[in-house]
Design a protein around this ligand. Sequence first.
Ligand code: ADP
Length: 261
Amino acid sequence: NKITTDMATLTQEIDKYARNKKIEIEALKIREQYRKEFIGNVSHELKTPLFMVQGYISTLIDGAAENETLREKYLKRADKGVERLIYIIKDLDMITKFEAGDLRLEVTTFDIVELVKNVFDLLEMKASKKKISLTFDMEYKRPIMVNGDKERIQQVLSNLIVNSIKYGEINGTTEVSIENLIKNKVIVRVTDNGEGIEKVHIPRLFERFYRVDKSGSRKEGGSGLGLAIVKHIIEAHQEKLYVESEYGIGSEFSFTLEKAK
Ligand code: ADP
């Protein structure tokens, strides 16, 4: 808008304006592409469990319902499929809210030691099905008070521990540890001796819908959203998230939190 009599400056201004417009258009195109991909991924993720549920219901209608054992079996499977759909939709809902900047953190001061123990209790059954032992350094008898959104940090812990079970070896171990860092921070580590992740995948792990082994992960019932949610939550806390992994040896996911004064 600057009025100028200098032709050279004017041309420069016009060029700059055109460049900016071009960048804006490019950004819009990228966003549109991103949106299309997202919708494609969502429908793909929902299709699998939906078709599965439909399959069980059709089988029941076609006669399986008359046999008590089959009825029970297919109803339970259909129920599992619906449960899976609900999980995916909840995850999607959370991701879209985070990406739209609609999720506010409710920061309080809480004991991270107690939270780790709660998450272990919730996941013990899942771990024991794969004979994976959940261990937590018993040195932490005392509370370690941190600032954060307790419910969301619980979700971070839960997603990381569930992954360590899903991608862990039978008879393996998942260990959680907490260590003091300088500058009023603690670092929480979730370490497993599971299948590990090849280097090429590491930079993309936290993208939504990204999975290393698509068929393998599907068998484990993932949607590829768990780590994207973890990243959003930790970034919203303005904390750091790290991953170290060696293929065939195991993985370690860790994040920092602010210690309460
Ligand atoms: P998913 O729903 O597929 O588990 P996530 O976003 O939680 O999605 O994880 C993305 C991918 O990262 C997984 O599909 C898996 O390939 C890999 N991954 C995550 N955690 C681990 C782990 N502890 N050990 C090995 N691979 C892992």
